[in-house]
Design a binder for this molecule. Structure first.
Ligand SMILES: *[C@@H]1O[C@H](CO)[C@@H](O)[C@H](O)[C@H]1NC(C)=O
Ligand SMILES: *[C@@H]1O[C@H](CO)[C@@H](O)[C@H](O)[C@H]1NC(C)=O
Ligand SMILES: *[C@@H]1O[C@H](CO)[C@@H](O)[C@H](O)[C@H]1NC(C)=O
Ligand SMILES: *[C@@H]1O[C@H](CO)[C@@H](O)[C@H](O)[C@H]1NC(C)=O
Ligand SMILES: *[C@@H]1O[C@H](CO)[C@@H](O)[C@H](O)[C@H]1NC(C)=O
Ligand SMILES: CC(=O)N[C@H]1CO[C@H](CO)[C@@H](O)[C@@H]1O
Length: 275
């Protein structure tokens, strides 16, 4: 048993070094799997196939993992956001709309829309592909999450859309300083002509003890994602036993990322041991 495992690790060695420089592909798959797992797809987004990673960083917290649970204090500062294309073929564009919406807890009835916590048009990129708001139209300034106590773990989804030249905002969302309110996010995207969706990420914030019941959650198994599997693509036997793609609702991405690095760490450790 161990021999087979060790042999499969040996065959995986050539893939390990290339993986180190291509974490973006695996990280994108982790984001996509978490969007599925948390029901963001299909409840908020019909589909989610981003060409880039949206790295969201809060002062005092650092880069978040998709779906990370944060406190209301941790999310008070406006986050810094950086966009990383999956590969050299992805063209990001130059003008964007950034939106953050409260999509409620998993299973929330979104038929009445979502709460607008941040909406900026004419966002651009700085020389490091960080979002720049210098010439942005800040429709709704970043309003830090503050979900009602006992209302469950809310999903705050941050999305970056390409903003075409034909973009036309609705009259009541066309000037800066519109306060937080509910709106039909998908209708906004469709009627204004935004798209495609470039990148996205999300956080979870909860206050108090939830008085609602949410559907059962299961962790995203990072090692089952295609980019992680390509690490071990030359062995087919040992992956077949693991559960396939993520199943239903919610998130454990912090551990997902951890699993990935633990997995890679274990591979390199064993490799150095074997060699
Ligand atoms: C680049 O990344 C995009 C988005 O993940 C993917 O659709 C495309 O196939 C990739 N292209 C290449 C050449 O790897
Ligand atoms: C828009 O808001 C950002 C903070 O999110 C701020 O840095 C920027 O100066 C604002 N842009 C304009 C044009 O007011
Ligand atoms: C926003 O950008 C568009 C071009 O994409 C431009 O036509 C428009 O004037 C800009 N709005 C402001 C307020 O700068
Ligand atoms: C903007 O107007 C539409 C109707 O045209 C309304 O449904 C929507 O709630 C309004 N949004 C805001 C933010 O006032
Ligand atoms: C985040 O909080 C939710 C609800 O409290 C919980 O179900 C989930 O396991 C937490 N996720 C992580 C990654 O800690
Ligand atoms: C081996 C491989 O796929 N390398 C890619 C890693 O990602 C960069 C972009 O970040 C690509 O340019 C490489 O081709």
């Amino acid at each position: 048993m161990f021999t087979i495992f060790a042999l499969s690790l040996l065959t995986a060695i050539p893939f390990v070094s290339s993986q180190a420089s291509n974490n973006t592909v695996l990280e994108l798959e982790v984001v996509e799997a978490n969007f599925q797992n948390a029901g963001i797809v299909p409840a908020l987004l019909a589909s989610f196939n981003p060409g880039a990673l949206l790295t969201v960083s809060f002062a005092g917290v650092g880069d978040i993992t998709p779906g990370q649970n944060l406190t209301i204090d941790q999310v008070k500062p406006t986050p810094q956001i950086v966009v990383t294309p999956a590969n050299g073929s992805v063209s990001l564009g130059s003008v964007f709309t950034l939106a953050m919406v409260d999509a409620g807890p998993v299973g929330f009835d979104e038929s009445q829309g979502q709460t607008r916590h941040w909406l900026a048009n004419n966002v651009t990129l700085d020389s490091s592909d960080g979002l720049s708001f210098t010439s942005a139209v800040n429709i709704t300034d970043y309003a830090s999450p503050f979900p009602a106590a006992g209302s469950g773990s809310h999903r705050y989804v941050i999305l970056l859309y390409s903003q075409p030249a034909s973009f036309t905002p609705p009259a009541n969302l066309s000037t800066p300083g519109v306060p937080v309110s509910a709106y039909d996010f998908n209708s906004y995207v469709q009627t204004t002509g935004l798209g495609p969706l470039v990148a996205g990420n999300y956080i979870q914030v909860e206050q108090g003890v939830s008085t609602i019941s949410v559907s059962a959650t299961s962790a995203v198994e990072t090692s089952t994602l295609p980019a992680a599997k390509s690490l071990t693509s030359s062995k087919s036997s040992s992956t077949s036993g693991t559960s396939s793609a993520p199943s239903s609702s919610s998130t454990t991405s912090a551990s997902g990322k951890l699993e990935a690095s633990v997995f890679l760490g274990a591979v390199s450790l064993l490799c150095s041991f074997i060699l």
